[in-house]
Design a binder for this molecule. Structure first.
Ligand SMILES: Nc1ncnc2c1ncn2[C@@H]1O[C@H](COP(=O)(O)OP(=O)(O)O)[C@@H](O)[C@H]1O
Ligand SMILES: [Mg+2]
Length: 254
């Protein structure tokens, strides 16, 4: 049984049909990467998976439970098991770094303050930013903000983490750092890893499977080798981009 079963998922914004009957299974423990042109619906799909948008059709089953039309209080329990790194870091500027990372832990009311402080320190150390609890988001560089967002996403020790463009805007050293962190969370802690990215080099190098979003559906899904072997004009630009030495975005024909 898949951890997430997505069937016929539809999402529209007014006349803009973003997902048009998308099917995909996400398996426990795997790293799957969503690829696709900008605007193909990667971010929307991730947000549907944690109930931030209601779908307009289809079904999402998480660990055997149909969560498609779950009321908000039902989603709170599901989100305990799922962490998310947003594309645009969603740090609260009015809270210190430490309080940002502690946010979901306090909401969950499971750990006491001493345990929360320890967990926050551990999570910041995991993203190579130890001891910056007292700093303010406004004082951080873009790369540091991204890593604080990552520390916040993993602070609750979720089973699944959804990463939306985790390396976007980072310098090469931080790209490598973040890629290694994702890999160690998956290998050491067994975290199911779902990534949306434009970074084809890491997508092809580090994923178990890739899913190409195109035309509101998953046009292709398979291992990196399977995608490389497919002779499909929709896939080709992404494969080419993964083979370039420098990190670049694929150019999409049409
Ligand atoms: N909150 C929203 N309201 C209206 N349109 C949206 C909203 N979020 C996303 N969209 C639209 O959905 C489409 C897919 O967006 P997105 O998932 O962000 O693409 P990607 O992440 O693949 O670049 C785009 O056309 C975008 O304009
Ligand atoms: Mg996006």
């Amino acid at each position: 049984m898949a951890l997430f079963e997505i069937r016929g998922l539809v999402k529209r914004f007014g006349a803009n049909v973003v997902l048009e009957g998308l099917d995909l299974d996400l398996h426990a423990g795997e790293r799957i990467t969503l690829i696709g042109a900008s605007g193909s619906g990667k971010s929307v799909l991730l947000k549907l998976l944690i109930g931030l948008y209601p779908p307009d059709g289809g079904r999402i089953v998480f660990d055997g439970e149909d969560v498609t039309n779950l009321p908000e209080r039902g989603w709170i329990a599901v989100r305990r098991r799922i962490g998310m790194l947003f594309q645009w870091d969603a740090l609260f500027d009015s809270l210190t770094v430490g309080d940002n990372v502690a946010y979901a832990l306090r909401e969950q009311r499971v750990l006491d303050e001493a345990a929360i402080a320890a967990r926050v320190a551990e999570s910041l150390a995991q993203v190579s930013l130890p001891g910056i609890e007292a700093m303010w988001p406004a004082d951080l560089s873009g790369g540091m903000r991204k890593r604080v967002g990552l520390a916040r996403a993993i602070a609750t020790r979720p089973e699944v983490v959804l990463y939306d463009e985790p390396t976007e805007g980072l310098d090469p050293i931080n790209v490598t750092r973040v890629d290694r962190l994702l890999e160690s969370l998956r290998r050491v802690h067994g975290v199911t890893t779902i990534v949306a990215t434009q970074n084809m080099r890491s997508a092809f190098a580090a994923s178990d499977r890739l899913a190409l979003l195109h035309g509101g559906v998953v046009a292709k899904v398979g291992t990196p080798d399977e995608l490389r072997a497919w002779d499909d004009p929709r896939v080709a630009p992404f494969v080419r981009s993964s083979q370039l030495r420098a990190k670049t975005r694929p150019s999409i024909p049409g």
